[in-house]
Design a protein around this ligand. Structure first.
Ligand code: SF4
Length: 373
């Protein structure tokens, strides 16, 4: 195996399920944790073929409901199966209410060097409506605990919540920025089918968020986070603090995902594991593969994905890198699409890079569609 590689480890357990959540996460299944950790280790060992890992990301779910010993065994298994670069970025996701300073120090000792805190809102009413378990003050406390143990902390915030006003969003941003996080991820709330929130909206109990208001909130965030590097549509970083793991995805580079429902992109294939943690454990116990879906990524699709993912970045797609990777110029493949989108004011093309304009960032999905094969 040559070149760099990223690893994602999925921990699908949560203490309860948030109302908007469509992630592969489950509450009331903590009893499975020891078996799940064993299964993860088996899956990781199955990839024992070397390769240098530059980033690792333990996500979920709520990874911090595992104890330090379980997390340590998982990271150790990765260290045995792969060569983890000494300066590798190793992130763990955490929710307020699941971390203490001694626990985080234990994680630091295991090599974790970045913490991503799921704050989502600083308003107790909104947190309650979202079905989050924590209060605003617990989120603030959790940040302080995180800050004492880590010098690289991200906070996640959601906007365009039902009935949320721009003023409220402004206050949330002020609170968030007051903490001086190293990295901020801001996502508009998406209403996923089958979630309790989508049912509340369908029944008229909750108001569907207004897309125009979401755009206004995004622009406000861009303005208020002016001191940060807005390096990806939904992500802002202090200098040197871009999330290297997520850059792997946006640059369309290889990664392996372990755990129930985890996705991988490796050697021209995208594949994903089955969703159910119970079945995942069973498969690994039977020495069977947990992979459920697999797609071959031919060159045409790889080029399209490289454009679509790369355009999410402020720098956009580097045209020299594109032609080195594919032995073809992006202009010769997507000339018509690029010209049209430049004409519509959605793309900028300076002959060395192609990137979204501010309007393009608001209408990203419409731009991305044009590159699909
Ligand atoms: S904590 Fe995250 S993964 Fe867990 S239920 Fe809530 S949104 Fe979903």
């Amino acid at each position: 195996m040559h070149g760099s590689l990223s690893l994602y480890i999925h921990i699908p357990f949560c203490q309860s399920k948030c109302h908007y959540c469509s992630f592969n996460s489950y509450s009331g299944m903590e009893w499975l944790i020891p078996q799940y950790v064993e299964a993860l280790i088996k899956e990781i060992r199955g990839w024992d073929r070397g390769g240098t890992v530059d980033t690792m990301y333990v996500g979920g779910g709520t990874p911090t409901i595992l104890d330090g010993q379980h997390l340590g065994t998982i990271l150790e298994a990765c260290g045995r199966a792969f060569v983890v670069a000494p300066d590798a970025e190793i992130t763990i996701e955490a929710n307020p209410g699941t971390i203490s300073e001694p626990f985080l120090r234990q994680l630091r000792a295991l090599g974790v060097n970045r913490l991503s805190l799921g704050v989502q809102s600083f308003d107790d009413r909104r947190l309650n409506e979202l079905g989050r378990r924590h209060s605003a003050s617990e989120a603030l406390e959790a940040f302080e605990v995180a800050r004492n143990a880590f010098n690289n902390v991200n906070i996640d915030l959601l906007y365009a919540l039902p009935s949320q006003t721009v003023k409220e969003w402004q206050q949330a941003l002020e609170k968030g920025l007051g903490l001086k996080p190293d990295h901020v991820s801001l996502y508009p709330l998406t209403i996923e089918e089958g979630t309790p929130l989508s049912q509340e909206i369908a029944s008229g109990k909750v108001v569907r968020p207004d897309p125009d208001l979401a755009a206004e909130m995004f622009l406000l965030a861009e303005e208020m986070l002016g001191d940060y590097d807005h390096y990806e549509i939904s992500n802002w970083a202090r200098p040197g603090r871009r999330c290297q793991h997520n850059l792997t995805y946006w640059k369309n580079l290889p990664y392996l995902g372990f755990g129930a429902g985890a996705h991988s992109y490796f050697q021209c294939r995208r594949f994903s594991n089955l969703l159910s943690p119970v079945e995942y454990v069973q498969r690994l116990n039977e020495a069977d593969s947990p992979i459920e879906q697999e797609e071959y990524i031919g060159e045409v699709l790889e080029m399209a994905e490289t454009m679509i993912l790369g355009l999410r970045l402020r720098e956009g797609v580097n045209l020299v890198e594109f032609s080195n990777r594919f032995n073809r110029d992006a202009a010769s493949v997507y000339g018509d699409e690029i010209d049209e989108l430049v004409g519509l004011g959605l793309l900028l093309n300076d002959d060395s890079t192609i990137c979204l304009t501010q309007r393009g960032r608001l209408l990203g999905n419409q731009v991305f569609l044009r590159f699909l094969p």
